[in-house]
Ligand binder design. Structure first.
Ligand SMILES: [Zn+2]
Length: 306
């Protein structure tokens, strides 16, 4: 994977909450407006996954306070020749690419307008519309406030503890989370929650379908990524290679429910799967990648996911 060193990055797509003490933040913009029933999801998702395994929180305590990130604009501006050596600027480029992809593709595939969602970089802890979270949660998308949340140190954990060190793991993770945003825009996510309430016995299986669809959407982005453009109309990537795609597949294999259960020393228990097996996660990433068509990602179709 090669990035366009001269790309003009849109820093407004990321809010930098790092170091703002859990999202309080001087100069934060209050969100307000939603009911404050405090379902605080204090996150101790020790079981299956825990990491980019479990990543869609629910609940409603919208006390997340963005703190403006004066740093990124300078840091990731093209005047800084070394910016793309920095994790936060590289991830900004990935986010720009993923959202550029969906800005074109969501109307084309589903006739729906794409509404951008900012990613919030945080460190340690953060308040979100889905409750309080900490780094142990892994990256997640919060449908209540329409933000992706990530502590960038997660990638170190992914590399060192889960065995997925490839650079392409990073855009794959982000593209998966933006896949959840797309599901939110399309109503898929809300429909799945209703189904879960109607049929609690199927709750985990429905979650698996939602997660595998997000993997497939990540694959579809990977297919289109080399065509995505920054705000100045130049390409964001100059190349994406087979070895990048292989890294995406490797990452998918490291975060399957079965693999994570084994890694945590337990036995494999399919009834507790919420994200799909390693084989399924690879399969659906590949489906999206090979078709390049998000319409191929219908994991909810009868028989699509066993
Ligand atoms: Zn997910």
């Amino acid at each position: 994977m090669r990035l366009n060193e001269n790309a003009d990055l849109d820093t407004s797509q990321v809010e930098d909450l790092r170091g703002s003490g859990g999202g309080g933040g001087i100069g934060g913009l209050p969100i307000g407006g939603r009911g404050l029933t405090g379902v605080i999801v204090t996150v101790l998702l020790a079981l299956v996954g825990g990491y980019f395994g479990i990543d869609t929180l629910n609940g409603g305590d919208p006390s997340g306070q963005p703190a403006a990130g004066p740093g990124l604009e300078q840091e990731c501006g093209s005047a800084n020749a070394d910016r793309l050596k920095q994790l936060d600027c590289r991830n900004l480029l990935y986010i720009n690419s993923i959202q550029a992809y969906w800005t074109d593709e969501l109307p084309a595939a589903f006739g729906t307008t794409y509404e951008p969602a900012t990613t919030r970089y945080f460190s340690n802890q953060v308040s979100t519309g889905c409750g309080a979270a900490d780094s142990g949660t892994g990256p997640f998308y919060c449908p209540a406030d329409d933000h992706v949340y990530i502590d960038l140190t997660f990638y170190r954990l992914l590399a060192d503890q889960l065995g997925a060190p490839g650079e392409f793991a990073q855009p794959y993770v982000l593209a998966h989370e933006y896949g959840h945003h797309v599901q939110d825009l399309l109503g898929t996510e809300a429909e799945m929650r209703r189904e879960q309430q109607r049929d609690p016995d199927e709750a985990n299986h429905l979650s698996v379908k939602l997660e595998l669809q997000a993997d497939c959407y990540a694959g579809a982005w990977a297919n289109g990524a080399s065509d995505t453009e920054g705000s100045d109309g130049t390409k964001l990537f100059t190349s994406i290679t087979d070895s990048d795609i292989q890294q995406g597949l490797d990452t998918a294999s490291k975060i399957g429910d079965d693999t994570l259960q084994q890694r945590s020393g337990g036995s494999v228990n399919p009834a507790e799967f919420t994200h799909g097996t390693s084989a399924q996660r690879q399969q659906w990433f590949r489906t999206g990648y090979e078709s390049g068509d998000p319409k191929s990602c219908d994991t909810f179709a009868a028989g699509a996911v066993k």
